[in-house]
Design a protein around this ligand. Structure first.
Ligand code: ATP
Ligand code: MG
Length: 217
């Protein structure tokens, strides 16, 4: 049995064509199902439907052999016991610092200065500002980060941005680009050794499909 962990929403939507290229089709649409284990047309392949941030944990412990997770989630998790063999180039966005339009970010970012940063991505934020020589006061949030600067909970936020529409709707502007984000295929290291004959062809198919999409094929 091959168990693949992934999340609903954009990750499932953008992964379905990659799975299909490998001949794997979910027997139910996870968006409309309450089932957390979804069988596929392939008797030896099943899907686990998880919260995005939990995907690396299932793969780390071998409860899933494979997973699909954003680079953001993987960095925050730490990536222990996990290989990241293929960048699937799906769910692309950017990790950005954003602030209110009238906030003097350039003036605030000085080595030794203090900055209040609200984010779900505390590791990425801490590392980024440490690289600028700053000690930031991190405020951990779980969502709706855009609100924090509007009510003076924080000076800036660190969040994922794709179109920028949510920032704009809340009067925020991006002030710094931290990194590009996309989703990775991840593999439990022990599973790759024990199940290589069944996993390797799947990994190869994913890699080939991504490469051919990249070539515009
Ligand atoms: P939830 O929204 O349930 O709190 P989440 O934000 O972790 O959980 P998703 O919104 O499904 O889950 O995001 C899953 C992954 O998709 C993220 O980890 C990130 O890599 C990527 N992602 C998040 N926001 C965007 C976006 N606006 N555009 C493209 N990709 C995104
Ligand atoms: Mg989300």
């Amino acid at each position: 049995m091959i168990t693949i962990a992934l999340s609903k929403g954009r990750i499932f939507t953008e992964t379905a064509p990659l799975l299909q290229a490998a001949g794997i089709v979910a027997s139910e649409d996870p968006e409309n199902s309450r089932k957390l284990i979804i069988p596929t047309n392939h008797p030896d392949v099943r899907l686990l439907i998880l919260r995005a941030t939990d995907v690396p944990t299932y793969v780390q412990h071998g409860a899933a052999d494979l997973g699909i997770a954003g680079r953001d989630v993987l960095i925050e998790h730490g990536g222990e016991n996990i290989y990241q063999p293929v960048d699937l180039e799906i769910a692309r966005c950017r990790m950005m610092v954003a602030a209110q339009q009238d906030f003097d970010y350039a003036g605030a970012v000085r080595p030794g200065a203090r900055l209040r940063v609200a984010t779900k991505y505390v590791r990425i934020a801490r590392d980024y500002f440490a690289g600028l020589g700053m000690h930031v006061d991190l405020i951990k949030l779980y969502g709706s980060m855009e609100l924090a600067p509007l009510v003076q909970l924080a000076d800036v936020i660190v969040d994922l941005v794709s179109s920028g529409a949510t920032l704009k709707a809340n009067g925020l502007v991006p002030v710094a680009h931290i990194m590009d984000i996309s989703s990775m295929l991840i593999v439990n290291q022990a599973a790759l050794k024990l199940k290589r004959t069944s996993l390797q062809p799947l990994l190869d198919t994913f890699a080939r499909t991504v490469a051919s999409q990249h070539a515009g094929a």
